[in-house]
Ligand binder design. Structure first.
Ligand SMILES: Cc1ncc(COP(=O)(O)O)c(C=O)c1O
Length: 486
């Protein structure tokens, strides 16, 4: 094989989150391992990806206790129970036993049902009912597919939509590049719609209408709309009214709605901007919208769980035709089953310890600790960017990122051009070299022409945050001074 003989779509795929910046940061980390003085900092800080445990976020104890017991079931054998009971709380032991029993196999090393373990799908259904309220029926577990992270669910659904090269899917700009990358891979067309930075990155129906009209005029067969809520990289939480408008738009335009809701727990001002699921708003809108097809995605990677490496998630189908559901089941079977440790993590995320359970106080303390700290860090980072020369940054209402806009001096833009880089790439590379902080240029997510951004997570540990921010501030000052226009 060589590049010229590959499926040409492969080369077209772009995924900035793990692109040039990330590759360079890995090389720097290797240098530092060999020689601690090789760079002007002692470690690389990976703010390029929402990967909380990479930056030392502690896993939730109860979740790992259950995971440990399911990984090594000998701990549950009668002869080992006395020792196990000293090491593990009773509710973790019971949960591990229940999960192993419900799997229909004595080990998590076995394939499960292709759609995911039924009892876990029931647990997810119950979670959705509790989240969205009793006004609506509990979802049918047959409409839920456990997935190997939300990514695999998204890819499956996009694969279902793209039947020919003219199929288009509306995607936000800026967007999490899973969508554009998968569309390139499957040979579909991304139909961009811009989020409105001046309105806290909200969605405008006027913009959606113009975007779809322009795409259809060029012969694109627009079939679906992707919404990321809360947003990545933009962090916005959509209001109920905005969601209703989006649903009406999809209904009028006969679009399938893909709701990426992986950050539903990362909502930092829930009194002002609560999270609503698209499922809830859709069902509230009643019978008239009962033919709007909705796929909703959730994940164990985000929230306060942060178990990215376990690859757990689920996909919920609302108003999807039964024959399409049968095909979804068939395609899920082709890869046998979703990753099993991820399935178990979905169970734990959607049915954590409750008040009265032995593990509840610790669970509550840990999750509240992580959530409160994320909220504080999000404010600290957006405030820090807002205090830098030429930078404006909307506060993160949700998710794990800030996306500041940077107005570069002309001299910096020229220097970037000479280096063969876009200005935001040039800036992010300079930041990495000076501070070890790896952020992603806004061009990797898409941005309005003539505007420049970077995306940074606010995941560095809180005790290191002052130093982290000082490093960014000093770098920015030096960068702006170096390229100051005469
Ligand atoms: C908006 C969005 N969707 C999906 C994913 C992928 O999640 P998972 O780890 O569950 O595949 C991410 C990861 O960062 C994301 O930001």
């Amino acid at each position: 094989m060589h590049l010229s003989s590959l499926n040409p779509r492969i080369e077209k795929v772009q995924y900035a989150v793990r692109g040039e910046l990330a590759v360079r940061s890995e090389a720097i980390a290797e240098d530092i391992k060999k020689d601690a003085n090789s760079h002007p900092f002692s470690a690389v800080v990976a703010c390029n990806i929402g990967n909380p445990q990479q930056l030392n976020q502690k896993p939730i104890t109860f979740f790992r206790q259950v995971a440990a017991l399911t990984e090594y079931p000998d701990l549950l054998a009668p002869e080992n129970r006395p020792t196990t009971s000293k090491l593990f709380p009773e509710d973790a032991i019971t949960r591990a036993e229940t999960l192993l029993r419900d799997m229909g196999a004595p080990s998590i090393g076995a394939y499960t049902h292709s759609q995911g373990i039924l009892s876990i799908r029931r647990t997810v259904a119950d979670f959705i009912r509790r989240r969205d309220g009793d006004a609506f029926p509990t979802p049918d577990p047959n409409n839920i597919f456990l997935t190997t992270g939300a990514s695999s669910g998204v890819q499956t659904v996009l694969g279902f939509l793209i039947g020919h090269p003219d199929v288009g899917v509306m995607i936000p700009i800026p967007q999490y590049p899973l969508y554009s990358a998968t569309l390139s891979l499957y040979g579909g067309k991304g139909v961009p719609y811009f989020l409105n930075e001046k309105e806290d990155w909200g969605m405008s129906v006027v913009e959606l209408t113009e975007s779809i009209a322009a795409a259809r005029a060029k012969g694109t067969d627009v079939r679906a709309l992707v919404v990321i809520n809360p947003g990545n990289p933009t962090g916005q939480c959509l209001s109920r009214e905005n969601m209703q408008e989006i649903i009406r738009f999809c209904h009028d335009e006969r679009l399938v709605l893909l709701a990426d809701e992986v950050y539903q727990v990362n909502v930092y001002d829930p009194d002002q901007k609560p999270f609503h699921s698209f499922r809830k708003i859709l069902l509230e809108m009643g019978e008239e919208f009962s033919d709007l097809e909705l796929f909703s995605f959730h994940s164990t990677s985000k929230g306060v769980v942060g178990e990215c490496g376990r690859r757990g998630g689920y996909l919920e189908c609302t108003h999807i035709d039964s024959q399409v559901m049968a095909q979804l089941y068939k395609i899920s079977s082709v890869s046998l089953c979703p990753n099993v440790p991820g399935q178990l993590m979905v169970d734990l995320m959607t049915n954590p310890p409750r008040p009265g359970d032995v593990s509840y106080p610790q669970y509550e303390k840990e999750t509240k600790g992580i959530f409160d700290s994320l909220k504080r860090r999000s404010t600290m980072l957006s405030d820090a960017f807002n205090n830098m020369e030429g930078v404006t940054c909307n506060p993160a209402e949700g998710a794990m990122y800030v996306f500041p806009r940077i107005c570069f001096p002309k001299k910096a833009i020229k220097a970037a051009e000479e280096a063969g880089k876009l200005p935001d790439e040039f800036y992010a590379l300079a930041m990495l070299d000076a501070t070890g902080v790896c952020v992603i240029p806004g061009s990797g997510f898409g941005q309005e022409k003539g505007t420049w951004h970077v995306r940074s997570t606010f995941l560095p540990r809180e005790e290191l945050f002052d130093d982290f921010i000082d490093g960014l501030r000093n770098f920015h000052q030096e960068f702006m001074a170096k390229y100051k226009d005469e």
